[in-house]
Design a binder for this molecule. Structure first.
Ligand code: ZN
Length: 326
């Protein structure tokens, strides 16, 4: 049984935010953020705090909210060094949101179906079928396998070395590192990618403007970018803080994400709750339906799909790069 993506967390106030952590045996000091990391506005206010446990030690995370653009941001926040330690070899096992048994065939096939549903929906609103696809932060790498079902040449980058190793052993075309090194080292050629996705990735970045510049560099003219990230502009004000976690630095509002994309040269085609990018109960790819590991695929997706609808507030944003520019 898969439990809900994240249980709603209790909000506290007036606690002393944790400023010093131990990650992989190293002491890490969190740094204070002065202005909104998305729009640079100084008009911010305290939103709330959550208590979490890290290696059996309770820590308090504080989040502020920007009055100008509506983004929530971790403050104090992890440094770049801390982030590297967090995504080390143990990330998937210890800190990831995916604390599930990835070797369970049921889990794998569920992920295949979910990934296929998402792919079909996205391909359905694109002007043409992409030939080259890049998944940034591919995690388990199901998206890369799904793309291959549609004859799309798929590659992925991932900062977690354990996730990279796992995908590489399965024969996927993957790179261990950040976008900047993938471009620098020639894993990705500038202007070569038709379609990029980043599922649950942008909330982790230190400098999203810089990363968006790199994604634009990788995309061909009129290339497509799909971002999927928690939605802090959800109307569920009681539970909108449920995605506060150690590795989530930014929680975007639909407006703040749209504005940031446009400020970085993208044209936003859609920015909606992610559930509105297609119905998750669409046709399932025949090769998934005929997978002997999972004879009840169709029943399973009908049963699991409400999980994607209820209390799973994410932004689904599809954007494109200008024509004649790489
Ligand atoms: Zn802001």
């Amino acid at each position: 049984m898969i439990r809900p993506y994240n249980e709603a967390r209790r909000l506290s106030g007036n606690l002393q935010a944790t400023r010093l952590l131990t990650l992989d045996g190293e002491s890490v000091r969190l740094r204070t953020v002065r202005n909104c990391p998305v729009c640079a506005s100084g008009k911010t206010r305290s939103y709330g705090q959550v208590e979490i446990e890290l290696e059996r030690t309770p820590i308090v995370l504080n989040y502020d909210e920007c009055n100008s653009c509506g983004t929530a941001f971790q403050n104090p926040t992890l440094t770049r060094t801390a982030r590297r330690l967090l995504y080390d070899a143990n990330y998937m096992k210890a800190y990831g949101s995916d604390r599930v048994n990835l070797s369970d065939p049921n889990e794998q096939i569920w992920r295949s179906i979910l990934s296929d549903n998402r792919f079909q929906a996205l391909l359905g609103i694109m002007p043409s079928l992409p030939k080259t696809y890049l998944d940034v932060g591919f995690g388990f790498g199901t998206s890369l396998e799904t793309a291959a079902l549609y004859g799309i040449h798929a590659s992925g980058i991932e900062v977690s070395s354990s996730a990279w190793q796992n995908a590489q052993q399965r024969g996927l075309n993957v790179f261990n590192g950040e976008m900047a090194s993938a471009l620098r080292e020639g894993f990705i050629k500038p202007g070569s990618i038709d379609f990029i996705t980043a599922w649950d990735v942008v909330e982790h970045y230190d400098d999203l403007s810089r990363e968006l510049g790199l994604l634009r560099e990788a995309l061909r003219p009129k290339g497509m970018l799909y971002l999927h990230t928690p939605d802090f502009s959800t109307e569920d004000t009681e539970n909108k803080h449920r995605y506060f976690s150690l590795d989530h630095r930014l929680l975007f509002s639909r407006n703040s994400l749209r504005n940031l994309l446009e400020a970085n040269g993208f044209t936003v085609l859609q920015c909606v709750p992610s559930q509105q990018i297609g119905d998750p109960r669409q046709d399932i790819h025949p090769s998934i339906l005929s997978d002997p590991r999972f004879p009840d695929a169709r029943e399973y997706v009908m049963k699991k799909s409400p999980m994607l609808i209820d209390g799973h507030w994410h932004i689904g944003l599809l954007a494109t790069t200008p024509s004649g520019q790489s």
